[in-house]
Design a protein around this ligand. Structure first.
Ligand SMILES: Cc1cc2nc3c(=O)[nH]c(=O)nc-3n(C[C@H](O)[C@H](O)[C@H](O)COP(=O)(O)OP(=O)(O)OC[C@H]3O[C@@H](n4cnc5c(N)ncnc54)[C@H](O)[C@@H]3O)c2cc1C
Length: 224
């Protein structure tokens, strides 16, 4: 059985891998591709998704690759916040310029698996997978970050990350996480992670603690 090259450049041994792979270059094109083929699944870095395909847990009928959407691979400033593209990789968020902006998220990104996973894995994939071991998640919850979700017809809606993680609000058909809006607090914040082994590994427990000077008397929030 030959190997196939996945949308994210990852190799799959799955015998029935997706037959149709679309590679849009804008967020709205990606939403349109998902809407046109309801069975299609978005794939960003593929680190979670291709693992599920290779282990036989997932047999997507079609894939919509997000890797060519340049608008979600960087960040911009907006009203005291950073608007982070969902396609930012852990490797990019771990760099010093990003660490100066959101130190706890950079620390989480640096702790997210071995280098090849950090090079491919994205912020949006980490959130959408919503695994208890997702390193970005306690940081985003503690920062009270929000998600900008792109939907059919150019629609955008904003929800707290914590609502998605708690299952209070879910992604609807055709929707994609486009951006993550994070307040720039310019105050101490930390991310701590315990693993069951030496070296890179998934979290057994993790916690983020941020000080929010906007709250008058410096509120501290933590998320396990
Ligand atoms: C060996 C290994 C070690 C790992 N170690 C860690 C670790 O230490 N810490 C950690 O946090 N994670 C770890 N992971 C998990 C994974 O790397 C991260 O969760 C990563 O951030 C997922 O991003 P991705 O771009 O690869 O997602 P993908 O695999 O491409 O997608 C994951 C899911 O999210 C959906 N999705 C992706 N992007 C979007 C979007 N923009 N909008 C809506 N849905 C979307 C996909 O449809 C899919 O359901 C590990 C994975 C592996 C294989």
């Amino acid at each position: 059985m030959g190997q196939r090259e996945g949308a994210a450049g990852l190799t799959t041994h799955a015998p029935q891998a997706a037959q149709a792979v679309t590679l849009p270059t804008t967020l709205d094109e990606a939403v349109a591709a998902l809407t046109a083929v309801p069975a299609a699944v978005p794939v960003a870095g593929g680190t979670d998704l291709m693992a599920a395909v290779n282990s036989g847990l997932l047999r997507p009928a079609a894939l919509v690759g997000l890797g060519r959407i340049s608008e979600i691979r960087g960040w911009q400033y907006q009203d005291g916040h950073a608007l982070l593209g969902a396609g930012l990789t852990h490797a990019r968020m771990g760099r010093p310029d990003f660490a100066a902006l959101i130190p706890a998220l950079a620390a989480a990104a640096r702790a997210a698996g071995p280098p090849h996973i950090r090079n491919a894995g994205t912020l949006g994939g980490n959130i959408a997978s919503a695994a208890p071991t997702g390193d970005a998640l306690p940081v985003l919850a503690a920062l009270e970050a929000t998600l900008i979700i792109a939907g059919p017809g150019g629609a955008r809606r904003e929800i707290p990350v914590s609502h998605l993680l708690a299952g209070m609000d879910m992604l609807r058909a055709g929707e994609l996480i486009g951006y993550v809006r994070v307040p720039l607090l310019h105050a101490p914040q930390v991310f701590l992670k315990a693993t069951g082994r030496t070296g890179p590994g998934r979290a057994v427990a993790s916690v983020a603690l941020v000080l929010d000077p906007r709250a008058g008397a410096c509120a501290a929030r933590w998320a396990p």
